[in-house]
Design a protein around this ligand. Structure first.
Ligand SMILES: NC(=O)c1ccc[n+]([C@@H]2O[C@H](COP(=O)([O-])OP(=O)(O)OC[C@H]3O[C@@H](n4cnc5c(N)ncnc54)[C@H](O)[C@@H]3O)[C@@H](O)[C@H]2O)c1
Ligand SMILES: [Zn+2]
Length: 669
């Protein structure tokens, strides 16, 4: 309780007195709620300085204090339909057998101000302060443009000699953004939200400054009237104030049932973005002023009204567990399992913590209280950790040394944010991705084995890793029973798998999907090591001697090949008949420095193969023609690239000419 009281005191000072809140309202409300619940459980522990029965904050002391003749209270609040029903229930219990109508207004997110009129003249403006005593801000209140300085009743009746009107002072959203833009341009402090901007503006010592701020006053009640005014209801008193020249809530209606209250709330919530002013909910008031009197007050709030607030954007909850999820490319992502919490309109029970670095930055531990933040459709995130509430049993979270799915070692090279499982070919979490990559055109080029098939094969137990693809021919009958796989497509698939057995060492290396090992690196590795046995025996130094391979990729290669399961799968692939001719080690690269372009359809080989041939000869293969292009290989149906090359006078080769050309450089097809 003491911890909570201290936290609440610090934050309510920041909010009410300094106009510079540190916490989100949702977090602050939760602190207050936790304190209240402790007080309910242990009434004998209630501290004499508890903020639960207080309103607002202490005045800063730069203005004259004014004691409110009628205290300025706060409002109770409800956050959901259930709480709303309970409010209605409490009202009805105190007013048995009475008809109850509710008046609904926008809950304006500004600060409460009381205006005193004497003989129809505005004489004083006072802030709410702590509810008993406020600050005299007459000098700035009088600069508010939509305020009547003189009251005239259009019906001709005299206005009461004394009239105290209460309402909310605020700054419309557009004015707030302009204010902050100007402040930023001039290097001054900006305000966190329109409410704090309004409070800061009213508390200016210089009324000339306040006059430049787009402040507005929205009247919502009459605190005193002498002689008494004649309005029997809240709604009528607002219409009367409106006729006297006050601005009142844009939305104002009276309903008979809680169902209607809910409907109006939903409408307001849905349309809040379009409103010119910031609102944080809807206020529900018993309309009859006589009934309001009967209901009376409960310490800091009236019994006849409540604020039906919008869902908070931030809420406090606890981290019950942190799990590591393995993504399809092997990345390990920490996910916090939370005690379910309602925030931003949904219940959140999981939230990603992104990576170990984020866990360390937040210093979040299992058992910690955290703030979860969510707005709109944005994914929720952990915004703050509360060391104040950390239990002694809280556990520090560490990066697991082995994959939670397949138990392969996990590595995170220096300078990388993400840790990864090294069981690329073997890890069940990475299977789909491993297969997708393995069969892709630039890898083993198994035509027609799409992701959906792969999923079907995996889920039916026909394969569990890429090496099983080469055993599929023994399971033809089972394949045929698979959904939608006709005789013909099964045969096509098996043929494509069979055809893929003849490959190149470079493609095979690329197909393994080792992190950091793309097409070029694979080609260089193939040339450098020549055989699988040599590659298996490679160490850091020999790997780093390969073109394109730096310290980081060398480590990925080592840890991948060092993982026994990966090796076993590679050995099974070779045992199943995957083979290649020993790669030609090229010492001479006659096309070095040249840029070549391929276009049109080639009949003897694929684009990828032609690209590889050119690369082996040292050329760079580019996608577009420019003045720097050395030559264009134009297959069938070549179009604009051919025209452009001719225009620029660039050498062009037909497919046949290309074959002859590369043969002249010792490349046989
Ligand atoms: N972020 C923080 O650190 C922090 C600190 C303190 C308080 N707060 C926030 O301030 C609020 C504290 O409660 P509170 O008592 O100041 O105000 P409140 O928002 O809970 O409700 C009471 C106030 O609502 C206002 N109001 C707006 N429209 C009204 C209408 N149509 N009729 C009647 N009243 C209307 C009045 O000014 C009244 O005083 C909470 O939202 C809390 O989260 C935040
Ligand atoms: Zn794994």
């Amino acid at each position: 309780m003491r911890k909570l009281i201290d936290l609440i005191r610090i934050n309510s000072h920041a909010y009410y007195v300094m106009d510079a809140p540190i916490l989100d309202d949702g977090e602050y409300d939760e602190l207050l709620r936790r304190l209240k619940s402790l007080e309910e459980q242990h009434p004998d522990w209630i501290q004499s300085d508890s903020p639960t029965s207080k309103v607002g904050g202490q005045a800063l002391g730069q203005f004259q204090s004014v004691v409110h003749q009628v205290p300025m209270l706060s409002l109770g609040n409800v956050f959901n339909h259930e709480d709303l029903l309970a409010f209605d229930q409490r009202v009805r219990e105190r007013l048995p057998n009475q008809e109850i109508r509710y008046e609904l207004e926008l809950k304006l997110d500004g600060l409460a101000v009381s205006l005193h009129y004497l003989n129809g003249q505005l004489v004083q403006g006072v802030t709410r302060g702590d509810g008993e005593t406020g600050e005299d801000i007459s000098h700035t209140a009088k600069t508010i443009r939509n305020l009547p300085h003189v009251l005239i009743d259009p019906t001709g009746k005299p206005v009461p000699r004394i009239l105290e009107v209460r309402g909310e002072v605020l700054i419309p959203k557009s004015g707030f953004h302009k204010l902050n833009r100007d402040a930023e341009a001039r290097g001054l402090k900006t305000y966190v939200n329109p409410r704090n901007a309004a409070a800061g503006s009213l508390r200016q010592l210089d009324p000339a400054i306040a006059a430049t701020r787009p402040l507005a006053f929205y009247a919502y009640s009459i605190a005193q009237s002498e002689p008494a005014h004649e309005c029997p209801t809240q709604s009528e008193s607002l219409y009367w104030l409106k006729s006297l020249g006050f601005t009142v809530s844009e939305r104002l209606e009276v309903v008979d049932s809680i169902a209607e209250v809910q409907t109006v709330y939903d409408q307001i919530n849905a349309g809040r973005e379009e409103l010119a002013v910031e609102i944080d909910g809807m206020v529900v008031k018993v309309d009859s002023l006589r009934q309001q009197q009967q209901l009376g007050f409960l310490s800091r709030e009236p019994r006849w009204a409540t604020a039906y607030k919008f869902p908070a954007k931030a809420a406090l909850t606890t981290v019950e567990q942190i799990d590591w999820q393995v993504g399809r490319t092997g990345t390990l992502t920490p996910v916090a399992r939370l005690k379910p919490v309602f925030v931003g309109g949904v219940t959140v029970s999981n939230v990603t913590l992104h990576n170990i670095g984020e866990i360390q930055r937040l210093d979040v531990r299992v058992g910690d209280s955290v703030t979860v933040y969510r707005t709109g459709d944005v994914i929720p995130k952990v915004e703050r950790v509360w060391p104040e509430f950390r239990p002694a049993s809280a556990q520090v979270v560490e990066l697991p040394s082995n994959c939670p799915v397949c138990d392969s070692p996990v590595i995170m090279p220096e300078g990388e944010a993400l840790a990864r499982c090294t069981g690329g070919l073997f890890c069940p979490a990475q299977r789909i991705e491993a297969i997708r990559h393995f069969v892709s055109r630039k890898a083993m080029d198994i035509d027609g084995l799409g992701e959906r098939w792969a999923e079907g094969l995996l889920s039916n137990g026909l394969i569990s890793d890429v090496s099983d693809l080469y055993q599929l021919h023994t399971r033809r009958d089972e394949l045929l029973t698979l959904e939608k796989l006709g005789e013909k497509s099964v045969q096509n698939l098996l043929d494509a798998i069979e055809a893929s057995k003849k490959t190149t060492f470079a493609r095979f290396i690329y197909a393994l999907g080792i992190r950091g090992v793309g097409e070029n690196t694979s080609r260089h590795l193939a040339e450098q090591f020549q055989t699988l046995a040599a590659l298996f025996a490679a160490d850091l130094d020999s790997l780093k001697m390969t073109a394109d391979v730096g310290e980081i990729s060398a480590n990925w290669i080592l840890s991948f090949l060092g993982e026994t399961h990966n090796r076993q799968i590679i050995e099974r692939l070779v045992a199943a008949g995957v083979y290649w001719d020993a790669p030609v080690k090229r010492t001479r690269q006659p096309l070095t420095g040249e840029s070549w372009v391929l276009t049109g359809t080639l009949s003897r080989f694929t684009r990828e193969q032609a690209t590889m041939i050119l690369q082996e000869l040292g050329a760079r293969v580019s996608g577009s023609i420019s003045a720097k292009t050395k030559a264009l290989v134009a297959g069938e149906k070549a179009g604009s690239k051919l025209a452009k090359a001719q225009e620029l006078g660039i050498q062009t080769l037909t497919e046949d000419e290309f074959v002859t050309f590369v043969a002249g450089h010792g490349v046989e097809l």
